[in-house]
Design a protein around this ligand. Structure first.
Ligand code: TTP
Ligand code: MG
Ligand code: MG
Length: 386
């Protein structure tokens, strides 16, 4: 692949920054935008002054108040943020059409074809967004998305960190593994137990050790730790839907098995969405009976999602609407549609936070009931069929 120049931008304490535009007295003060401490509100965005107290996004507001009793809590006046974010994205779009928005306040730009250096472009856009809108941004410049995004994180707030080509691995080496895309709490814990805390240590792990810890995912993880990433910058809505389906060698009427197949499909779709930094607004189910009649149903979600649990919950609800106990199924398919880089703000409203909890509990219940064995059984079946 020819050498690329990728920029990544993320607004600093975005919701807080918008609130500061409304009320300049907030500047420099510890405050958060979030749900109320009664109920089960959580912090959406914490000002940098509040972060000094250890306050961060997704922390219960009540806990944030314990850490900083003088904290100001502002309820999210939602509409505004999207409008401000759009103004920022419009400035970026004027620069290049090769822009991929990945959340409400961040985007990648591919400026490989632009003659100006990545640093110059980033600094110019940073100044323009500050000057025209009064909003602070941080920028990362690198040869790929993975490293550019981490560079942004490292420079926050109001930073511009450039990682020259060839220095990706050296740049990442001292950073903690959890800054790496794809390393969640579970992976982090596994690595910690193996004595691995920095990205550099991960990059240096012998292939055998990686495989025994993470199976086929191991080498991929090591590649990321070396700062390798070939994912292109994808303009929005290029891809509209994705789906997976399975035809059974023998028609299946067993609820346990059908549900576990559905679950593994939801996991597959969730993984593919997250890999592309996308969310889906619609979930679709397809069932084909032994006589080849085919039914499809779809459901629009209250919020776009990239979570296995939510895709599964919607798929399961559709399934239950179509299927009667014991009825044989020839093919089952699950899909997601209306994909985009939607802002995901489950935590904004206390109610949706609880909804997410409920969904996770539902999945755990099904896993408890049917056990890992059910999923394994489905996998074995697939093997036999293949
Ligand atoms: P982030 O970019 O993750 O956070 P931030 O902009 O507040 O702070 P940083 O300087 O570290 O980038 O998220 C962007 C906005 O999305 C954030 O201002 C509020 C919203 N958000 C939530 O509503 N809930 C969350 O859990 C997170 C992480 C963000
Ligand atoms: Mg931000
Ligand atoms: Mg962000």
């Amino acid at each position: 692949m020819a050498e690329r120049t990728i920029l990544h931008m993320d607004l600093d304490a975005f919701f807080c920054a918008v609130e500061e535009l409304r009320d300049p007295n907030l500047k420099g003060k510890p405050f958060v935008v979030g749900g109320s401490p009664q109920g089960r509100g959580v912090v959406s965005s914490a000002s940098y002054a509040a972060r000094k107290f250890g306050i961060h996004s997704a922390m219960p507001t009540a806990q944030a108040l314990r850490l900083c009793p003088t904290l100001t809590v502002i309820s999210a006046r939602h509409g505004d943020y999207a409008a401000w974010a759009k103004k920022v994205m419009d400035i970026l779009s004027d620069e290049t059409p090769l822009i991929e928005r990945i959340s409400i306040d961040e985007a990648f730009l591919d400026v490989s074809q632009v003659r100006e250096s990545g640093r110059q472009i980033a600094l110019r856009l940073q100044a323009e967004i500050r000057g025209r809108l009064g909003l602070p941004t941080s920028w990362g410049v690198a040869s790929n998305k993975l490293v550019a995004k981490i560079a942004t994180e490292v420079g926050k707030p109001e930073g511009c960190v450039v990682v020259p080509p060839g220095e990706e691995a050296a740049f990442l080496a001292p950073l903690p593994v959890q800054m790496l895309w794809g390393v969640g709490p579970k992976t982090q814990e596994k690595l910690r137990q193996a004595g691995i805390e920095t990205i550099g240590q991960l990059a240096g792990m012998p292939e055998r050790a990686l495989r025994s810890l993470f199976g086929s995912r191991g080498p991929e993880l090591a590649a990321r730790a070396r700062g390798e990433d070939e994912r292109p910058v994808v303009q929005h809505h290029r891809r509209k839907s994705m789906s997976v389906e399975r035809t059974f060698a023998r028609d299946q009427g067993d609820r346990e098995l059908l549900e576990s197949v559905l679950l593994s499909m939801a996991e597959e779709l969730g993984r593919r969405l997250r890999e592309r930094d996308m969310s889906a607004q619609v979930v679709r189910l397809k069932l084909r009976w032994p006589d080849f009649t085919t039914m499809t149903r779809q459901r629009r979600l209250a919020q776009p999602t990239d979570l296995d649990e939510e895709i599964f919950a919607a798929g399961l609800a559709l399934f239950e609407g179509l299927w009667r106990s014991g009825r044989k199924v020839r093919l089952i398919g699950l899909g997601v549609a209306e994909l985009g880089a939607f802002p995901r703000q489950l935590e904004l409203f206390d109610g949706t936070w609880q909804l997410e909890r409920r969904l996770m509990e539902a999945v755990d219940r099904i896993r408890d009931k049917y056990g890992e064995g059910a999923v394994r059984r489905a996998r074995l079946m697939r093997k036999k069929e293949g």
